[in-house]
Design a protein around this ligand. Structure first.
Ligand SMILES: [Zn+2]
Ligand SMILES: [Zn+2]
Length: 152
């Protein structure tokens, strides 16, 4: 588990057809089609998504082994909520705050609610502060000041 160091994880995307070298056109949900011969290829997201859909009981290790996509990348896809595992899946992530097992994202639902509350509270404090400052500032005060020309 070394995906929490904030490193950029690069995902594979097919650019050229493996069969004829033609340009791969993005079709949606991780699927690409060769413009020349019609061959289909998947990026990391497409591979993982397809495999999890067909094998809901697969472990992270199974998915990684079958798709050739590293566990780190798969975890990253889950954290980014690009992939959500089935309710009966054995793939788990952990809530960044309490460590509870979660299906996708960064927080469990309880912590997500807390985080949202905190964000709203912070936003309100900032808003109140701006309001107070607005009332407190004297609109007649000369903020530019007078400029004196001094000669050396
Ligand atoms: Zn092709
Ligand atoms: Zn939590």
């Amino acid at each position: 588990m070394n995906n929490r160091r904030g490193e950029t994880v690069l995902f594979y995307k097919p650019v050229n057809c493996e069969k004829c070298g033609g340009p791969m056109i993005f079709k949606g949900v991780g699927e690409y089609e060769c413009e020349q011969c019609g061959a289909i290829a998947y990026d990391d997201y497409g591979k993982v998504r397809n495999y999890i859909e067909k094998h809901p009981g697969a472990t992270l290790g199974d998915v990684s082994y079958a798709t050739g996509v590293s566990k780190e990348k798969i975890r990253q896809l889950l954290v980014e909520e690009r992939i959500e595992v089935a309710p009966d899946s054995v793939i788990f992530l952990n809530c960044a705050l309490c460590g509870a097992e979660i299906r996708s994202g960064r927080y469990c639902s309880a912590c997500a609610a807390k985080v949202k509350q905190d964000e709203q509270r912070v936003a309100k404090v900032v808003k109140d502060k701006q309001k107070k400052m607005g009332y407190a500032s004297d609109p007649n005060r000369d903020v530019t000041g007078r400029r004196r020309f001094e000669r050396h």
